[in-house]
Design a protein around this ligand. Structure first.
Ligand code: ADP
Ligand code: MG
Length: 356
């Protein structure tokens, strides 16, 4: 038989090792106990939390969600910013604490940090949606491309044989340039639908970015540019696809700052889950993305621009999927946006291992 002492020690050990954050409140609503996970999730020490009430720990919005969870006896999600820049998604539920006689001793609040899980679920949702649309798009694009090639080939032959003058020559020119435009659209479309890496090469990222900045400067003069990149960042990847990603993000940044602003590109090394790699951020001071658009901007054809195709970010997403990279966005409407990508040091290696 286990002695009472030992049982207490075991209970204590369980409460302390459990991954959920536990808070106990007295009947007056003051925190009288919390475990280690609770300290970690909230990012404050037990001493600074004991005796505090709920509204001294959570924002009014988060409190409202917790009150609702208590009233309805359910688990609720809430967002929590700990002041050090961490934004967490938490889940909270309540339990009444009663002794054997049914007297209330207070309440227990159980908090779990579900931030990573939520992110993963969202990624899976988007990936599913993109895979379905991508297949459809690829099918249609192929079907359109073949007759298109036949049309432009025939027209070119006709143009060579015929001695066209004046408006006839003009019309022929329009047919040719429009077929070309259609062809470009279809090519973009296929790149989105099926961005297969063609070949992996060693890419010096800093040099690629320097070159990118030079080209942006040649294209625009009303945007201030800054580049901060670590030296010696060499990754093995498909240069065509990597450049495509950069341009998609740069174009969006420039389009978000029609009246000028600042584009900061920074890059450095970062190992993720013991996979070496690099990160690059594109931070603009443009119009920003409203929160209600944030989970849609990676959808194919989602655009807020008159002449947008809505394929830029979805293609970027697809390419990063192929290269086993990742993208994150943070944005504040009116202030600007930051797109952060991560690329493994060797996409080819990852792809091979993945597929074997
Ligand atoms: P497009 O540029 O053709 O609209 P994208 O897929 O590149 O398509 O972008 C989709 C949408 O995401 C844009 O229409 C815009 O609303 C939003 N967006 C993307 N990048 C930015 C940015 N840097 N700043 C503000 N909004 C952006
Ligand atoms: Mg775009």
């Amino acid at each position: 038989k286990i002695g009472l002492d030992r049982l207490e020690t075991i209970n204590e050990a369980i409460v302390h090792s459990i991954r959920s954050g536990l808070f106990t409140f007295d009947p007056q609503g003051k925190i009288i106990f919390l475990n280690r996970s609770a300290e970690e999730i909230i990012g404050r020490s037990a001493e600074s939390l004991l005796g505090k009430s709920l509204d001294q720990v959570f924002s009014p919005e988060a409190r409202a969600r917790l009150d609702e969870a208590r009233a309805q006896g359910v688990r609720n999600k809430l967002s929590f910013a700990d002041g050090s820049g961490r934004n967490l998604i938490l889940e909270g539920s309540w339990q009444k604490l009663e002794n054997r006689e049914g007297q209330s001793l207070g309440e227990l609040l159980v908090i779990s940090d579900i931030t990573e899980m939520e992110k993963m679920e969202e990624r899976l949702r988007v990936a599913d949606r993109l895979a379905a649309v991508g297949k459809l798009a690829a099918g249609i694009a192929h079907e359109v491309r073949n007759p298109l090639a036949a049309i432009s080939g025939s027209i070119e032959l006709l143009q060579k044989g015929a001695d066209l003058k004046g408006s006839d020559a003009n019309l022929m020119g329009i047919v040719l340039s429009e077929t070309e435009r259609l062809n470009r659209l279809i090519t973009d479309f296929l790149l989105y639908a099926w961005p297969l890496p063609r070949g992996f090469e060693a890419i010096p990222i800093r040099e690629l970015l320097l070159n990118l900045v030079r080209m942006i400067k040649a294209r625009t003069d009303h945007v201030e540019l800054a580049l901060q990149a670590e030296p010696d960042m060499i990754i093995k990847s498909d240069p065509r696809l990597v450049e495509q990603i950069f341009w998609n993000l740069v174009n969006n940044a420039l389009e978000a700052m029609p009246k000028g602003g600042k584009l900061v590109i920074s890059a450095g090394k970062e190992t993720r889950d013991s996979r070496p790699g690099i990160w690059i951020t594109f931070t603009d001071s443009g119009v920003g993305v409203p929160p209600e658009h944030l989970d849609r901007i990676f959808d194919p054809f989602f655009t807020t621009k008159d002449s947008g195709t809505g394929l830029g970010l979805s293609t970027t997403w697809r390419i990063l999927e192929e290269l086993k990279g990742d993208i994150e966005v943070s944005s504040e409407p009116g202030k600007g946006s930051s797109f952060r990508i991560w690329l493994p040091a060797d996409s080819g290696l990852e792809t091979r291992e993945d597929r074997s």
